[in-house]
Design a binder for this molecule. Structure first.
Ligand SMILES: NC(=O)c1ccc[n+]([C@@H]2O[C@H](COP(=O)([O-])OP(=O)(O)OC[C@H]3O[C@@H](n4cnc5c(N)ncnc54)[C@H](OP(=O)(O)O)[C@@H]3O)[C@@H](O)[C@H]2O)c1
Length: 260
């Protein structure tokens, strides 16, 4: 009997890194469930992947920052062999001036939904002794981020959670990989309001290359993937070696926008 093709669920697949993950998975013969809020963009990605790779693609139009978003996704897509927990966004500005509802949305999407999707899909993966998870954090996970305090803390959570889960699942047939990209050319900076920051005026990485680094790492069952670049190396190293106060100053300078 022919074995069914494996199904990969990619959150945030309507553009940016998620679109690139979807392309890589379709190229390698996975069927896909693509999740995001923008129906038209999802449909256009799905058309591309069906035409180029013959993949079976389901689009799921869903706001993953809403209450019980993970439950809703699992109801619509009950099976998952590969979970790419990619959807996320950031907010730039002084914490006390940020819109409360935006903070809530950010924590729900970047932390809560990612965690609950893992919780809901992992048991069946363990039962099948087969599954892969790729959680997208950031180099922001390595240090606190004044003026992007919630985002940096959320990504530190993703990095910590992913590593702990990977260790719990060691030997189960299920692997967990955490990708920590630096600034990358996607829609991220515009939504976060970080285009004029120092971080985004330095050379930014290419989305396809960044996704490919994470994807390769996931296939190999690597724990943490930091795409190679001078900036990423500097952030990682300085977060380990620099005393706290100067590190906070350096981190602040990278993302602070005057008057915000
Ligand atoms: N680009 C960078 O510099 C960078 C650096 C480090 C880490 N990251 C991380 O990489 C991941 C992917 O971001 P990206 O750079 O590809 O940004 P992007 O181009 O803005 O893409 C974000 C994706 O998430 C989806 N999304 C956003 N809010 C959503 C919601 N409430 N419900 C469902 N889907 C939602 C978006 O689709 P819709 O708008 O259609 O919903 C889009 O497909 C994020 O976790 C981000 O934190 C990015």
């Amino acid at each position: 009997m022919k074995r069914p093709r494996k199904l990969a669920v990619v959150t945030g697949a309507s553009g940016g890194l998620g679109l690139e993950f979807a392309r890589l998975l379709a190229r390698d013969g996975y069927d896909l469930a693509l999740v995001a809020r923008s129906q038209e963009k999802l449909e256009s990605v799905a058309r591309e992947l069906r035409e180029r790779h013959g993949a079976s693609v389901q689009t799921v139009v869903l706001d993953l920052a809403q209450a019980d978003a993970a439950g809703e996704l699992v109801r619509r897509v009950p099976r998952c062999d590969v979970l790419v927990n990619n959807a996320g966004f950031a907010s730039n500005g002084r914490f006390d001036r940020l819109d409360e509802s935006r903070i809530e949305e950010e924590v729900r999407l970047d932390v809560l939904t990612l965690t609950m999707l893992a919780r809901k899909y992992v048991p069946a993966m363990i039962e099948r002794r087969d599954g892969r998870m790729l959680n997208v954090a950031s180099t922001a996970a390595f240090l606190p981020g004044p003026f992007m305090a919630v985002y940096y803390a959320a990504k530190a959570y993703v990095l910590s959670f992913s590593q702990a889960l990977a260790e719990e699942l060691r030997g189960s047939g299920v692997t967990v990989t955490c990708l920590c990209p630096g600034a990358t050319a996607t829609g991220f900076a515009e939504r976060a309001g970080t285009q004029q920051t120092l971080l985004f005026t330095l050379p930014v990485a290419d989305a396809a290359r960044t996704a490919a680094a994470g994807y390769r790492g996931m296939l190999r069952g690597k724990l943490v993937v930091v795409p190679p670049s001078a900036t990423n190396w500097l952030v990682e190293l300085s977060s380990r070696l620099t005393p706290r106060r100067p590190l906070l100053w350096f981190s602040r300078k990278a993302v602070e926008v005057e008057g915000r």
